[in-house]
Structures are given as C-alpha cells and as structure tokens.
Design a binder for this molecule. Structure first.
Ligand SMILES: *Cc1c(COP(=O)(O)O)cnc(C)c1O
Length: 396
C-alpha cells in the first residue's frame, strides 16, 4: 500500500506516511473506504489461486479490504512488528491472541492488574475449554520463572496495568518466559505504539484496544494484534477461526486517528501530569497512581522502557463514604462518567481494584478513582475537581 519504506522513518513521520499511497488512488491523500463481502474472480483458476494468498490479497470481505490492510500495515510499522491483524474490538484482539497459542491442558500466566474483561476470558471462557491460569503480581519481574509450569504456553502482560497502573519489567519477564518456551503477549493499549515499543522489549505478540487512543474520539470500536514474523501465521489462522473482523468505516476512522496520535498523546500526557500533580498535593488524596510521577514505585522502570505517558491514571482517596465520592463525581461539569477512554474528553469514574485482584492487596476502605485526562485546558479541569472536593468534604 505504502510506496515510502516506512521502517526508515521516526514514529511521528510514520504516523503521517504509513498505510497510504495517494498515487495509487487518483492522488487522493487518504485511502478509500472499500465496503465488501463478495470479491469476484474471472476464472476458476484465479479463484483457486486467490485462496492461497487470502491474507495478503483481497479475497473475501471477512479477511479484510484494502482499507483494513492499510490500517494493519500502518500499525505494524509503528509498533515495530512484522504484521498486524485488525479486529472489531480490543477484546476480540485479546481473545484472538490467547486463542492462537492455548489449547486444552495448557497453562496461562496472567498479570493481576489485567483489564477486567481479559481476566474474565481466563476465568470463564478459557477455563470452559480446559485452559488453566495463574494470576501473577505485576511487580514480579524475573521472579515469574518460579510460576512457570511445564504446560505454561503464554505469559500475558499489560503495563501499566488497568486501574492500579503498576509498571512491569517486561524484558525480565520475557527472558524467563522465553527460557521456558512460552509466548509473551502484551496489552499495550495504555502507552499506544507511540510510547512503548513492545518488540524491542522481548514481546512476541502485542495487542491494542485501538478503540482508545488510536481511534481517539470515542466513536468506534477497533482492535489490533501485532506479531513477529514467527508468530504471525498462528495469530492469522486464529483470527480466521474467530471471524471478528472490523468494518471498513471503523478501519478508516482508526487510520484517521493515527494521523494525529502524536499531537494528541503528548497533550493527554501534559494535561494528565498537571492533574496528577495537583491531585497529589490535595489532602483528600492518599496516593496518585501515575508512573510518570517521580515518587511512583514504577517510575524507574517507566523511565527506562517508555518514551512517554498517556492521559490515564489512578487516584486513591483517603477513607470517605461512597456517598461523598458520588457527590464529588456526580456534579463534575467537564469530566464525563462512563467506560472506555482515549477520547478528547476527560473522564472520571470510581473503581474497585480490590474486587479484581487475586494476588495483590488493595484496601477497600480507600476509594479509588480512574481519571482520563482529555485535551481540555488543565486549569478548567482542576477547577472542576476543586469544586468536586468541596462537595465531597461537605458530605464528610
Ligand atoms: C478497553 C480495553 C480493552 C478492550 O478494548 P475494547 O475495544 O473496549 O473491546 C483491552 N485492553 C485494555 C487495556 C483496555 O483498556
């Protein structure tokens, strides 16, 4: 699709050039949206030949159209992987990655701060098919070797993990996993391909909930799995089994989102850090969970491995009633309340990490929040939060 050789360019240039070739498309800047199920072939021979090259050429709508391929090519180049496969949601991408490498009797090591629906896949869906799992402490590092069993086939990582944002030592985990012949999958949604390069840190298969920062405007669901050359075929065959393909309009929206990912993510980072620093100085806040803050336990690893921070972080309040937290959040003007994140708007929701942890301790007396810093002016957001704390204190 792309004429320029994307691998030579730095990430911000790749965001602009990857996955498009205007001269192959009447000079039009962006690739067209192809709607397709049936693809016609002129002869029986052409039909049969096409089946063999169904993953690289247009063959049948479910396997992707040129719009899908453009998105896949761009994200693979950006993340430094071999190839990418697009899905109709981030969750479908997570399932495809797990489904590709696990069968009955196998064992999965899953990080304890993994996204809730990923935990549910292990506890319910995979368990029904006879796949065992063990949750591990996000801070385990190379100590994960002690949890690897002869039937451990996958180590699933997510860093920083959902709700509590601990940073994992991915290279140390990958080293131990590879020594035992296990595949390392990473959910890289928080950092996006721009702020963490999974393949340079030993990951074999990377997952993106593109719904979040790649789409970036809260208006489409999209997932991507990026692979190495060695893992590509296994994941592609799993994707074919699952058939969870994205629609072409959503692929287009994902591609369009990529073009501005660099400017958006740096702005999310700036606004997020301003909110995190302000919250850290408030008496109502016990702890801010943000790896880019120097006093965060994950800060050294984050500095070593990441090139930036996105806008999603956590806050732990001092003990206070649920009603007081609700009074704070219900009256916020600028922060929306709802699931997902990665859009231009700020969000704040209460969270309950203690209900979603198997091996790490979370004291339920300290209410937790998840904040997504949008692209608004940080001063306005801070004023909104300040009025929120007034409501919280009035209830206390
Ligand atoms: C949202 C999310 C997913 C799932 O993505 P959907 O597109 O909502 O299915 C997976 N992993 C992480 C870390 C997420 O935040």
């Amino acid at each position: 699709m792309t004429k320029a050789k994307p691998k030579r360019y730095k990430p911000d240039t790749l965001l602009s050039v990857a996955g498009r070739d205007p001269q192959a498309n009447f000079g039009i800047v962006n690739p067209p949206v192809y709607h397709a199920s049936t693809v016609l072939f002129p002869t029986v021979a052409a039909l049969n030949n096409a089946r063999d090259s169904r993953f690289t050429e247009v063959f049948y709508g479910r396997h992707g159209t040129p719009t899908t391929f453009a998105l896949e090519e761009a994200v693979a180049a950006l993340e430094g992987g071999h190839r990418a496969i697009a899905f109709g949601s981030g969750k479908a991408a997570v399932l495809a990655a797990l489904f590709a490498f696990l069968k009955t009797g196998d064992h999965l090591l899953l990080v304890d701060n993994a996204y809730g629906p990923t935990r549910a896949l292990a506890k319910h869906t995979l368990a029904r098919f006879g796949v065992e799992h063990t949750f591990y402490d996000p801070l385990i590092g190379g100590g994960i070797a002690a949890l690897i069993q002869p039937n451990t086939k996958v180590v699933f990582t997510e860093s920083p993990g959902s709700l509590t944002f601990e940073v994992q030592d991915i290279p140390a985990i990958a080293k131990a996993a590879h020594a035992a012949g296990a595949v390392v999958i990473m959910d890289n949604t928080w950092a996006s391909p721009l702020f963490f390069q999974p393949f340079a840190h030993g990951v074999d298969v990377s997952v993106q909930a593109a719904t979040k920062y790649i789409v970036g405007h809260a208006d489409a669901m999209l997932g991507l799995v990026v692979t190495t050359a060695e893992t590509y075929r296994t994941v592609r065959l799993a994707a074919e089994e699952l058939g969870a393909s994205p629609g072409p309009d959503d692929c287009y929206v994902g591609l369009r989102g990529l073009r501005t990912l660099g400017v958006r993510l740096r702005r999310h980072q700036e606004v997020g850090l301003a909110l995190a620093r302000w919250l850290g100085a408030r008496p109502e806040v016990s702890r801010v969970l943000h790896p880019a803050l120097p006093n965060d336990p994950g800060h050294a690893l984050w500095r070593r491995d990441f090139s930036g921070a996105s806008g999603l972080f956590g806050g732990v309040l001092e003990p206070v009633s649920d009603q007081a937290v609700a009074a704070m959040l219900d009256g916020l003007e600028l922060f929306g309340m709802g699931y997902s994140w990665g859009g231009y708007e700020s969000l704040a929701i209460p969270t309950e990490p203690h209900k979603m942890r198997a091996v790490s301790e979370w004291d339920p007396r300290y209410p937790c929040l998840r904040i997504h810093a949008g692209l608004e002016d940080a001063d306005d957001l801070i004023e909104d939060l300040e009025r929120g704390f007034e409501r919280l204190n009035a209830m206390h």
